[in-house]
Ligand binder design. Structure first.
Ligand SMILES: NC(=O)c1ccc[n+]([C@@H]2O[C@H](COP(=O)([O-])OP(=O)(O)OC[C@H]3O[C@@H](n4cnc5c(N)ncnc54)[C@H](OP(=O)(O)O)[C@@H]3O)[C@@H](O)[C@H]2O)c1
Length: 123
């Protein structure tokens, strides 16, 4: 049976490509910012629980790297807190990365950034 895939951030550069490619892999539910705003963790939690996907793909991000330095709260909420909520909810509903890694026999590679280049993606 094909998995239900939740694609978040379907209207960005990466999201548009994934939105075209993913339907062959599963039943795709693709959302843009108007349908799911990552600044609202409660909305994010409710959406994931309602959609109940087998796989969550996050293509949304705060990508204005220069602005992120002065708009730290929003950048952190979108690039760090929201993915944290996704991971927690994914685990709750069995769509967690652990089971995907196990099923595909993938090896986790520990990530240690050597250089902090600014706030953007520092988490
Ligand atoms: N593009 C690449 O070649 C590439 C390569 C490797 C990795 N990546 C990574 O992929 C991610 C996306 O990159 P991108 O190039 O696709 O960036 P992008 O074109 O700027 O797209 C970012 C998307 O995030 C959405 N977004 C921003 N704030 C949001 C919010 N509060 N709630 C929901 N959605 C929100 C934007 O919505 P709006 O359209 O409404 O603004 C936009 O659709 C980044 O983490 C990037 O580092 C990209």
């Amino acid at each position: 049976m094909k998995p239900k895939i939740l694609l978040i951030g379907k209207s960005g550069q990466l999201g548009r490509e994934l939105n075209q490619l993913l339907p062959v892999l599963g039943d795709l539910v693709a959302l843009d910012r108007n349908q799911l705003d990552l600044l609202d963790p409660r909305e994010l939690r409710q959406s994931i629980r309602a959609i109940h996907p087998g796989l969550i793909i996050n293509a949304a991000a705060y990508t204005a790297v220069d602005r992120a330095e002065s708009d730290e709260a929003a950048a952190r909420a979108i690039n760090s807190d929201a993915p944290g909520v996704m991971a927690t909810e994914a685990k709750e509903i069995g769509a967690c990365a652990d089971s995907l890694f196990d099923r595909l026999r993938l090896r986790r590679i520990p990530f240690q950034p050597l250089l902090r280049r600014g706030f953007y993606k520092s988490d």
